[in-house]
Write a protein that binds this ligand. Structure first.
Ligand code: ADP
Length: 307
């Protein structure tokens, strides 16, 4: 689910010249936003997935069309204001981004989306909630969605950060899984961690804000992940790979986990699959795509240890 999607525009330039005209003929425009990355990657893995959220105006129509062309099912709620653009300028080895805040969703549109969500969730076993909320949604909106999903026994994987994550962790109904990276975990707990001291990270996951969340996967980029499942802790070590573009690897990790869950894989294989999917995304030029053959190759080389 993507509550603030965007058209991701990428402009590669040899040099970015300020205060003058820059020209390029190499623009790429893709359906973006974390939730849409998750959707595409589940689709690449061969999973049965449906994209939902809110879309507005011509930009919204572009995203809907891209999903149609990719053969991905969708049921979005139409909104009046225009879906946003997110611009990345790739220059001299840098990535300069311009991110629009995006549309404001009205109370009526929020109510329409909630109604749709209530219907859709009856057909889902796993729900992924990713990214930021568009303006206009109440700050406890993810909490509301998690409560609705729970009534239908759908498992919610939540990948958001900052205030919206804090809000959910304070709420009474918990998501099934959260996947903070190290920086997000530091932000949540107001503490710094080091990869050299995994026991401090393990200890941190015992904090009261995390109780009742079945799965916490702390993703550590090329260092793999550390995960907590109920009372058990796991260290997942991954091999070194050649990386092309790691943007969207966290979203792919969520996609791999959702797919593994829907397929009923064993705990250790769930962890291997979500890591292998994140790794395979890092080897693609396009954000939020995986080659399933690469996922299988990585899967076999990943070690999961109980710690
Ligand atoms: P996020 O994108 O949310 O910051 P991470 O950077 O931790 O998340 O990436 C998620 C997962 O993707 C990692 O746990 C790992 O499996 C894989 N991954 C990310 N970056 C790399 C990398 N440079 N090399 C190998 N695997 C990577």
């Amino acid at each position: 689910m993507t509550m603030n999607p965007s058209i991701d525009i990428s402009y590669p330039l040899d040099t970015l010249r300020l205060d003058t005209v820059n020209r390029t003929d190499q623009v790429t425009k893709t359906a973006g936003g974390k939730g849409l990355n998750v959707t595409r990657v589940i689709h690449d893995l061969g999973g049965d997935v449906l994209a939902t959220g809110v879309l507005g105006g011509f930009h919204g129509a572009f995203i809907a069309d891209q999903l149609r062309q990719a053969g991905i099912k969708q049921e979005f709620t139409a909104i009046k204001e225009e879906t946003r653009d997110s611009i990345a300028i790739l220059h001299e080895g840098n990535q300069t981004e311009i991110l629009e805040a995006g549309p404001t969703v009205s109370e009526e549109e929020t109510a329409l989306f909630l109604k749709k969500f209530q219907e859709l969730v009856q057909r889902a076993t796993v729900v992924t909630l990713s990214g930021s909320l568009a303006k206009g949604f109440p700050s406890n909106f993810y909490q509301q969605l998690i409560e609705i999903a729970k009534t239908q026994n759908a498992k919610v994987l939540l990948d958001t950060s900052g205030e919206s994550l804090k809000q959910v962790l304070k709420g009474k109904t918990k998501p099934y899984l959260i996947k903070p990276n190290l920086e997000e975990l530091e932000g949540l707990l107001g503490k710094e961690f080091s990869l050299k001291d995994l026991s401090a990270i393990k200890e941190a996951l015992l904090a009261p804000i995390f109780t009742e969340i079945e799965w916490i996967v702390v993703s550590l980029g090329k260092a793999g992940a550390l995960a907590k499942h109920r009372e058990s802790f796991y260290r997942i070590e991954i091999p070194t790979i050649e990386v092309v573009n790691p943007v969207g690897s966290g979203d792919s990790t969520i996609a791999g986990f959702a797919y593994a869950l829907a397929e009923g894989l064993e705990t250790e294989d769930q962890l291997k699959l979500c890591m292998a999917t994140g790794m395979a995304n890092a080897q693609e030029r396009r954000t939020g795509h995986v080659d399933p053959a690469k996922v299988q190759t990585h899967f076999k080389k990943i070690a999961v240890k109980k710690i």
